[in-house]
Design a protein around this ligand. Structure first.
Ligand SMILES: [Ca+2]
Ligand SMILES: [Ca+2]
Length: 420
């Protein structure tokens, strides 16, 4: 027998899957606990749908091209409009617990073994609506000693305006039933606050050495601010962990000048950032077409809204990157779009569930409902292949050789990928 959910998936939503596993004992299990719900869907790779900048682009390891792992998923828990997640490292450095944000304003600790969710008290009031609300969560490099976390969220301002804000806080009682945020300190905010509730970006990332905090600041759907040196919208920001500004930032003039915060400019909506071999990579959404995967170079201009490999939603063209060589062109661009929501770079730890994904960027797709596997090699990158996940993917987390994904929207599931 097949349960209803699996039958639905196999007939409607997942044309690429080979079949429901009819013999799965789990599918027939009477147990209804979340942790025992293993989907009887086998996810298989599809071909790439990306345009690399150069035809000579190759994957980092030729032997990887032959390996397309298949997996099933295990549902750990469900959330209301989840947005971001990160591992809550324990003294034994396992991934037993994750921190998960919900756009509606809640921060939760989820035990990946039991599915138990515990709300964290003390989260600031967020400006929920549109694409905004509670955003990213990361732990500080010294979290094991300091219990410091960083959060981003949309904050409401005067006159129906909004802007992203970044805070740091101490997470206390993480192993108790009543964890909370304390000692909340403001680190950074988007200026000016503007009307509308889109393109906050507000992804957070520490440099590998823990010395710098990177913040992606979206264009707030206003386009021109991305090229305006007097506002911090449409930029990638680089700060010290306490929010102060490094004097070696590329546009540094005085500590009070907003441009002193900038690391790179000309960005649209950067929802994923990661370091790989000391280099900063990001992905950002294009308009109609032209999603981008970029290698970020200190002080470079990435061209938005002057150039884009996509076009305006109205259908009018925007000149492509190759018409304006002064702007840094993407290493990979996607038309039709994938709507990249987050990325995480796979690396083996004490576990190694997907050895053939070693050093690859795993990217979640919203409109594409896909998990996209991208390989980087020095200054080049290429999509290897992708998996149709049949749901909008809001977040992906590769940690310690395990891979988790969060679905978007109401009742978005936290799934663990189970290698076949
Ligand atoms: Ca660009
Ligand atoms: Ca174009």
């Amino acid at each position: 027998m097949i349960n209803t959910r699996n039958a639905m998936h196999s007939t409607i939503a997942v044309p690429l899957t080979i079949a429901a596993l009819l013999t799965s004992t789990v599918a027939c299990s009477s147990s209804t606990t979340a942790t025992s719900e293993r989907e009887a869907i086998v996810y298989e790779a599809n071909n790439s749908n990306a345009d690399a900048r150069q035809s000579t682009n190759g994957v980092s390891n030729p032997s990887q091209t032959e390996v397309k792992p298949t997996f099933t998923t295990e549902t750990i828990a469900s959330f209301n409009e989840p947005w971001a997640m990160t591992a809550l490292l324990t003294p034994t450095n396992t991934t037993k617990k994750l921190l998960v944000t919900q756009k509606t304003g809640e921060l939760l600790i989820v035990d990946t073994e039991t599915g138990t969710k515990t709300a964290v008290a003390g989260v600031p009031t967020v400006g929920y609506g549109g694409q905004g609300g509670l955003g990213d969560i990361i732990i500080a490099p010294d979290f094991a000693q300091s219990n410091t976390v960083y959060l981003s969220y949309a904050e409401a301002g005067a006159g129906n305006t909004y802007g992203a804000k970044v805070i740091k806080a101490t997470l206390t009682g993480a192993d108790t039933k009543s964890p909370r945020l304390q000692n909340i300190t403001s680190i950074w905010e988007q200026t000016p606050k503007v009307k509308g509730q889109g393109h906050y970006s507000h992804r957070l990332l520490f440099s590998p050495d823990g010395q710098y905090l990177y913040i992606s600041s979206g264009d707030r759907q206003k386009k021109d601010p991305a090229q305006d040196m007097s506002v911090n919208l449409g930029k990638i920001i680089r700060l010290y962990p306490d929010g102060s500004i490094p004097r070696d930032n590329p546009f540094f003039t005085t500590p009070g000048a907003v441009q002193s915060q900038f690391w790179s400019i000309g960005h649209r909506n950067v929802l994923g950032m990661a370091f790989y071999k000391g280099q900063l990579w990001e992905h950002e959404m294009g308009p109609r077409g032209g999603d981008e995967f970029n290698l970020i170079t200190r002080g470079n201009n990435y061209g938005w809204p002057i150039v884009s490999n996509g076009r305006n939603y109205s259908g009018t063209d925007i000149p492509d990157h190759d018409t304006r060589p002064e702007f840094d062109a993407p290493e990979v661009s996607w038309t039709p779009v994938i709507s990249p929501s987050s990325m995480s770079i796979y690396s083996a730890g004490s576990r190694n569930d997907f050895p053939s994904w070693q050093d690859n960027a795993l990217i979640g797709g919203l409109s594409s409902k896909a998990l996209i596997v991208v390989a980087m090699n020095n200054n080049q990158a290429t999509e290897r292949y992708r998996y149709d996940m049949s749901e909008r993917i809001r977040s992906v987390l590769a940690v310690n050789g395990e891979v988790f994904v969060l679905e978007d929207g109401d009742n978005g599931r936290l799934l663990k990928l189970v290698s076949q």
